[in-house]
Design a binder for this molecule. Structure first.
Ligand code: SF4
Ligand code: ZN
Ligand code: ZN
Length: 320
């Protein structure tokens, strides 16, 4: 018998479905849904994520984080009178598992369930390559090319759709891992870039992470109890994400959370509230404009990293 079957909700004494150790609570389905949605809404308000937003683009991969984000943000946006557009990229990851095809199907199921407008970007059709091809042809880790591609397309499509803000599904575990990795590597620049809200600047639109303080386990529970359709399989390239040290850091954080409930929230909120002010004034890179696509470029380069990668992959001169 599941131990939780013996426990009662701390709010109403119904049967509990989840234990929230850092809050010393057991919650039933109804109170957990309320607890989860309230926290996302509080995070959105705490960091003024939707201030000045008229149209919100939401990046939806079809996984549990982004589909949950879509459901919760649709509710919040409705209350605020904000228009929503979902963006999904068909990355062309197959590896015999039809991973991208299935992910896109799940994203569409959610858009249709919620009646949300959306755009599907087919990487092969619109940009001439797939992530599986990038893995074979480009020497750097496939996740680095994939990350670059997703950031570029989301930014571009959000602008084309006249959205002023882009929401992504990074969760508390992702952010805690990023913070600890930043400390471990002494990488102050990457820590300075990590924010719940990245303001619109240097030609980029505003980015927000509404699940910044939501643990992965609670997101999974929310998606399951709400009956949200999402792809359960991991990307067939996952084992390459960040390599072994990254995986160990993530596992260590999760072990620390078991030993010290609330460890991840403290790590992230202390970083944001106490450490961030010390690095706020680090000068930002000055960006240029890509002479091929007009999007922002790094470090004074004439061509942005995405166009350079695309040219290598398609072996043709990119002119759009
Ligand atoms: Fe892309 Fe890597 Fe994520 Fe797969 S695991 S979707 S290749 S970033
Ligand atoms: Zn209850
Ligand atoms: Zn470019």
């Amino acid at each position: 018998m599941n131990i939780l079957n013996l426990m009662r909700c701390s709010e109403c004494k119904e049967e509990a479905i989840i234990k929230i150790p850092y809050a010393h609570k057991y919650l039933c389905k109804e109170h957990f849904i309320q607890w989860f949605e309230n926290r996302v809404e509080r995070t959105v308000r705490k960091y003024n994520m939707l201030e000045g937003t008229r149209k919100l683009a939401i990046a939806v991969s079809g996984g549990k984080d982004s589909t949950t984000l879509l459901h919760v943000m649709t509710k919040i946006a409705e209350k605020e009178g904000i228009e929503i557009i979902g963006i999904t990229i068909d990355l062309g990851i197959d590896m015999g598992k039809k991973y991208s095809a299935k992910s896109v199907e799940f994203a569409i199921k959610n858009y249709e369930m919620l009646g949300v407008k959306y755009r599907i970007v087919k990487l092969k059709e619109e940009y001439g390559f797939t992530i599986d091809e990038a893995k074979v042809k480009i020497r750097r880790p496939v996740c680095s090319t994939c990350g670059l591609t997703k950031r570029y397309i989301l930014e571009k499509v959000a602008k084309e759709e006249s959205a002023d803000t882009l929401a992504t599904g990074h969760n508390l575990n992702d952010v805690a891992q990023y913070v600890l990795t930043g400390y471990y590597n002494g990488d102050i620049l990457s820590l300075a870039r990590l924010r719940p809200v990245s303001p619109a600047e240097n030609g980029y639109i505003k980015k927000i992470k509404p699940l910044f303080l939501s643990p992965e386990k609670e997101i999974m529970t929310y998606a399951l109890v709400k009956g949200i359709p999402f792809i359960y399989d991991s990307c067939p390239h996952t084992f390459r994400v960040g390599g072994e040290t990254q995986d160990k850091i993530r596992r260590t954080i999760e072990e620390m959370e078991d030993k010290i409930p609330g460890f991840m929230i403290s790590l992230v909120t202390n970083f944001e509230e106490k450490f961030r002010p010390l690095i706020e004034d680090i000068p930002k890179e000055t960006l240029g404009k890509c002479k091929i696509c007009g999007m922002p470029t790094n470090k004074g380069r004439e061509i942005c990293s995405f166009c350079a990668t695309r040219m290598k992959l398609t072996e043709v001169k990119v002119n759009s």
